[in-house]
Design a protein. Structure first.
Length: 355
């Protein structure tokens, strides 16, 4: 396929207070990388948070994508049977951090072993939702909590706080495939949604202490495993209050609130930061403030590779894509960020057509 020399991309603007769509060079491929023509992308909360506080000028924004492979170096072609020119693929990248890699662009380069082939009967609009939220669920439940690869036989109760979020809907499905009974807390308007994704029991989080007591009653005294998909101080406090006596593990997707989690020193609280799956050392934090340093972790890369191989069989086994709302093209993404900041998005994903 013919590939142009430049592409349109959503990048951090020069004032570092928003984004701009601009023409930039298509990045050269490194070892083991393929070039993808991006068809659809979906927005995650981390995207607008990068725009607002983390990304530097000209960093390409965006994590989740689906598209078609258009360039495969010879060094890759003989190693990856499922990666050929014309193959439809999907996945995620560490968007908002690099000037040569980000999903919200007409073309994207990715390692050949970290993108998965899209099933023939799945449109790219749905496939692009199998990105950050899907991998976050697996990173928390399989890698961090050391659950079994599905299908599993652990029939204990699992708590998902924020079950109608993207991470929450995939976590519900994964926990069910692992054998768990799932109780989730979400807003009243999304109760039917989380049930349709497999939740066994649902409580409305706004019920506060009554909701916590309901969860303890439903689960026979509390849970030993949970994922807080919202990870604010109040959700940390709610989630940890639902644990039964004895040891347990609670995963969060943002740094935990020390005061909220200190009430249960016997519960192991772990932060799931997905970017460590790329085996690249990086710093994470506000562009003008203190940052946390993360080393390259080869064992996380191996987990990432194994999960990519398994994804098609999990989709075939019944993993559902997230609900979507089609919102236009690359020039409309900035408005999507604004709507997410304003809290207008709930129970679905904004999807944009790129090419």
């Amino acid at each position: 396929m013919s590939v142009p020399k430049t592409m349109k991309a959503v990048v951090e603007n020069s004032a570092q207070d928003g984004v701009v769509v601009k023409d930039i060079p298509i990045p050269p491929l490194e070892d083991n990388e393929v070039l993808i023509k991006v068809h659809h992308v979906t927005l995650n909360p981390t995207d607008w948070k990068h725009v607002d506080a983390l990304s530097t000028t000209d960093s390409i924004i965006g994590c989740d994508y689906a598209g078609t492979v258009v360039a495969v170096p010879g060094s890759v072609a003989h190693q990856r049977d499922h990666i050929k020119i014309g193959t439809r693929v999907a996945g995620w990248v560490h968007g908002g951090h690099y000037k040569t890699r980000g999903a919200f662009a007409e073309y994207l380069k990715v390692p050949a072993d970290l993108t998965f082939p899209i099933p023939d009967d799945m449109p790219t609009e749905e496939a692009c939702t199998f990105g950050v939220p899907f991998y976050t669920a697996f990173h928390a439940l399989k890698y961090s909590q050391k659950g079994a690869w599905p299908p599993g036989l652990d029939d204990s109760w699992f708590l998902v706080y924020g079950g109608s979020s993207g991470v929450g809907l995939f976590t519900i499905q994964l926990a069910k495939m692992m054998g768990h009974k799932v109780v989730t807390a979400c807003g009243a308007r999304n109760i039917d949604l989380v049930k349709s994704y497999g939740a066994d029991a649902v409580v409305e989080y706004k019920a506060g202490e009554n909701a916590i007591n309901m969860i303890k009653q439903i689960t026979g005294g509390g849970v030993h495993k949970a994922l807080d998909c919202i990870s604010l101080p109040e959700s940390n406090a709610f989630t940890i209050a639902c644990f039964a006596p004895g040891k347990g593990q609670m995963n969060v997707i943002l740094p935990p609130d020390a005061k909220a989690v200190s009430v249960r020193p016997d519960v192991d609280v772990q932060m799931t930061l997905l970017y460590t799956l790329w085996e690249r050392a990086f710093e994470f934090g506000p562009r003008d403030g203190p940052k946390m340093s993360f080393p390259a972790l080869p064992q996380e890369l191996e987990f990432h590779r194994e999960l990519v191989v398994r994804i098609p069989q999990y989709i075939a086994a019944g993993f559902k894509a997230l609900p979507i709302e089609k919102r236009g093209g690359i020039n409309d993404i900035e408005q999507g960020f604004a709507d997410m900041r304003d809290g207008k998005l709930s129970g679905k994903r904004y999807v944009y057509a790129i090419a």
